[in-house]
Design a protein around this ligand. Structure first.
Ligand SMILES: Nc1ncnc2c1ncn2[C@@H]1O[C@H](COP(=O)(O)OP(=O)(O)O)[C@@H](O)[C@H]1O
Ligand SMILES: [Mg+2]
Length: 286
């Protein structure tokens, strides 16, 4: 059935940076498979360095996996697909010398949106994120939360079915990120966008996600998927519900051991590739 086709299918993806023997060699992802359902918000959560950003980049065609394949709406991903997917990163990277509206317009220019359409699309996107009254402001005149709204508007104006968001609220204070989370949940309830959202916040994951994919320590692979069965738009009262706390505790339990593993790996001397004896220190660095 066509409607059952996932928005994104990740099939047996492994990824390494560098070659075995090189100092920069890292096995970032190992045999990861995952279907992102149309219209869902899927959170990726896991220890720092487990390959979440790598997987997001591979989903969006920013680079090819070492092995395995990704398909978006049934089409194999062979490079960036700006008509299908838009990115939002932690650092919003707005041009400081351009207004909010100009920044949104530039995003569309880069992605080849027809000139006649850009004005209306910018207006719709700025309205959706509540920034229409700030369209002629410069990024330096906005709070951090408003700058991330502007970055979200830039991504929304591309009118893709899929948004890939890499810790988009990660640099914001907790109150601001809670409000932006509520607004994103409203946006989700009004559209049928598919969102993959990387976060390191357990509360943010439970509040936003329809499903949370928990990663193991590097080399990252999906350890478990948790379902959050709660309709959007989600209200702040959800955060005090027993269900919310039970899910958050379950997530913490799953992550805890992986975080310990990730920490012991980064604090122990790295074993050289091919070395079979005890791990060595790097000489001068202990
Ligand atoms: N361009 C790169 N070159 C070499 N190593 C990289 C590169 N990008 C990421 N890595 C390494 O791959 C691993 C996974 O990184 P990343 O996907 O950014 O993790 P996460 O987003 O989960 O924190 C880390 O060890 C990181 O240092
Ligand atoms: Mg990352």
């Amino acid at each position: 059935m066509a409607s059952a086709q996932p928005a994104i299918r990740v099939n047996g993806v492994s990824h390494q940076f560098g070659e075995p023997g090189e100092a920069r060699y890292v096995q970032a992802l190992l045999d990861t498979s995952l279907d992102v359902t149309r219209g869902e918000l899927l959170c990726l959560i896991g220890p720092s360095g487990c390959g979440k950003s790598t997987l997001l980049g591979i989903m969006g065609g920013l680079f090819a996996p070492t092995t395995g394949a990704v398909a978006v709406a049934g089409k194999p991903v062979r490079g960036p697909m700006p008509r299908d997917l838009a990115f939002v990163f932690q650092e919003s990277a707005l041009f400081p010398w351009n207004t909010v509206r100009e920044n949104v317009m530039l995003g569309m220019t880069f992605q080849g949106v027809a000139k006649a359409e850009r004005g209306a699309r910018a207006r719709r996107a700025l309205e959706a994120v509540g920034l229409i009254d700030f369209a002629e402001h410069y990024p330096g005149q906005l709070s951090g939360g408003m700058r991330q709204r502007a970055a979200l508007a830039r991504a929304l104006s591309l009118e893709t079915d899929i948004l890939l968001m890499d810790e988009p609220f990660g640099a914001l204070d907790e109150q601001t990120r809670m409000v932006l989370g509520e607004d994103l949940s409203v946006l989700l309830s009004r559209s049928n966008k598919t969102i993959v959202f990387v976060t390191h916040s357990l509360g943010e994951a439970v509040f936003l996600a329809d499903r949370v994919a928990v990663f193991s320590a590097r080399p990252g692979t999906i350890k478990q998927i948790i379902v959050v069965d709660e309709p959007h738009p989600r209200k702040p009262s959800f955060m005090t519900a027993p269900k919310f706390h039970a899910l958050r505790d379950q997530l913490y339990g799953l992550l805890h051991d992986e975080i310990r593993k990730a920490m012991s790996e980064t604090t122990q001397p790295r074993r050289r590739y091919g070395q079979t004896g005890p791990a060595e220190t790097d000489g001068e660095r202990v």
